[in-house]
Design a protein around this ligand. Structure first.
Ligand SMILES: [Fe+2]
Length: 217
């Protein structure tokens, strides 16, 4: 599996959300709140599972965990600036499945597999974070874009760190990382599909599969 192909699919799903639509953007921010409040928990859980031979990886997770503190509050504040609250947007089943799978893979597959999640979301942030920050800022104002602003800037360093670790994974762990990356991408794309479906009438866009898109171009 090529990591870049998976990131390209994520980018495609991000582009298919009508960001000019306030309801779709608000739905995205609410779902971002619901999953990002698990980030510190997921990173702490994974970080506790690395033995003394992997002390640097353990420390990396603890540092990353500290950096993610209170990020869910950014999403909640951005949502409030649009005039909505979390009560307006319950958690989607896809969002729930997205974060629940991290706990499972750490506990029942391997803590290394969580790099699949890190590479997927941070790779997406590097590829499309700034674009999405600008979309939200232009259509809904700076106050609705603080979560994206922080992540478009922060994640570039995280990706560089993660790439170094991926280059020296223990034998057999690459398969676990790839498998979790695939699961993560699938569920995040499902979540974006549910986000797009929240758009107000008339704002929904026609989506093409990749084959149709090629023909249309
Ligand atoms: Fe974050």
């Amino acid at each position: 599996m090529k990591v870049n192909d998976k990131i390209a699919e994520l980018v495609e799903s991000v582009e298919q959300v009508p960001w000019r639509d306030k309801k779709a953007t608000a739905a995205f921010l609410a779902q971002t709140y619901y999953y990002s409040r698990h980030t510190t928990r997921v990173l702490a859980l994974a970080g506790s599972r690395f033995d003394f031979d992997n002390h640097n990886v353990h420390q990396r997770f603890i540092r990353h965990c500290a950096e993610e503190m209170n990020h869910e509050r950014l999403a909640d504040r951005d949502l409030a600036s649009l005039g909505y609250s979390l009560k307006d947007f319950p958690e989607f089943p896809s969002t729930r499945a997205f974060y629940q799978t991290h706990y499972h893979t750490i506990e029942h597959v391997s803590p290394w597999s969580i790099f699949g999640y890190i590479v997927a979301l941070e790779g997406l942030a590097v590829a499309k974070g700034e674009w999405l920050y600008n979309e939200i800022r232009q259509h809904h104002g700076e106050k609705a874009a603080s979560f994206m602003k922080v992540h478009a800037a922060d994640d570039i360093e995280h990706v560089k760190e993660a790439e170094k670790i991926l280059a020296s994974l223990p034998p057999g762990e690459m398969k676990n990382v790839e498998q979790h990356l695939e699961t993560t991408c699938f569920l995040y794309r499902a979540m974006l599909g549910e986000v797009a479906a929240c758009a107000s009438k008339g704002q929904k866009i026609v989506t093409f599969d990749r084959h149709e898109r090629k023909k249309a171009v």
